[in-house]
Structure formats: structure tokens, C-alpha cells
Design a protein around this ligand. Structure first.
Ligand code: THU
Length: 139
């Protein structure tokens, strides 16, 4: 991926940390989802007093895009850490990987994990969700 684009996605994801609503865990996550049309959809995690309604940053970004008619995606950048301090990668949870599987090509969709704009690694969805179950299995 183009390095400048990766850095822009990292900065956008980091900016979402301030919107993260985490009164229970204090673990703040930000996401920047690059759609096929070039638009970037942002997301943060949103917790809930009943705990299970909590929505991860990645799914917030996906659901914002899909709810606006966008279903093609190139990459997502995810950053996160306790109290918004980014010391290590915040890898997507299993539920978020499954949501990615619904809309993304596992061979080409990129997941960028970063701690700052100089420190990141890029994975394919297939690497993070091997043998994933998706729409193709139901054809
Ligand atoms: N979280 C995310 O936003 N994304 C992930 O992939 C992992 C977990 C959030 C959910 C919850 O608000 C907090 O991190 C602690 O689990």
C-alpha cells in the first residue's frame, strides 16, 4: 500500500480516539476504513452499561459505510490502548473479523495495525481470519 495513504489512515484512526466512549473499560479504539470509492469512514468503540450492546470501533466504521450504501472496501486501520495510550497493536476481535469477512475479499483486504504513523504492520484479512466463513460458502 502507498505509504502516504497508510499514514493518513493511521492519523485518522488516532483522531477517533477522542470520540471513543469507554466509561467501563477505559480501552479506547479508533478506526479508519478506506472504501473502494476512496472515501474514509471513521469509527470508535461505544460502550454500554449493559456491556453486551458495546460496539467495536471497526464495526462502527463498517456499519456507517454500509448504512450509506457502500459495500466495497480496501483497508482498515485500527489503533487502540488503555486510556488511549498506544503502546501495542489493538487487533480486531473475532466478531469484527467476521463482519469484515462479509464485505471484504480476504485475499486483498488490508488490516493496518499501528501505534503511531511510523510504527505499523499490514495484514490481509485471510492472515487474521484463516479458513473464514463468508458469503461464498452459502452459494
Ligand atoms: N474493542 C474494539 O473497539 N475493537 C476490537 O476489535 C477489540 C475491542 C473495544 C470494545 C470495548 O469497548 C473495549 O475495546 C474493550 O474490550
Amino acid at each position: 500500500m502507498d505509504r502516504l495513504l497508510v499514514e493518513q489512515l493511521i492519523e485518522t484512526a488516532i483522531r477517533q480516539l477522542e470520540f471513543s466512549y469507554t466509561p467501563y473499560s477505559g480501552f479506547k479504539v479508533g478506526a479508519a476504513l478506506l472504501a473502494g470509492n476512496g472515501a474514509v469512514y471513521t469509527g470508535c468503540n461505544i460502550e454500554n452499561a449493559a456491556y453486551t450492546p458495546t460496539n467495536c470501533a471497526e464495526r462502527t466504521a463498517f456499519f456507517k459505510a454500509v448504512s450509506e450504501g457502500v459495500r466495497e472496501f480496501e483497508a482498515i486501520c485500527v489503533v487502540g490502548g488503555k486510556n488511549g495510550i498506544l503502546t501495542e497493536y489493538a487487533a480486531p476481535c473475532g466478531v469484527c473479523r467476521q463482519v469484515m469477512m462479509e464485505f471484504c475479499d480476504p485475499e486483498t483486504f488490508r488490516i493496518i495495525l499501528a501505534t503511531d504513523r511510523e510504527h505499523y504492520d499490514i495484514y490481509t484479512l485471510k492472515e487474521l481470519l484463516p479458513l473464514g466463513f463468508g458469503p461464498a460458502n452459502l452459494k
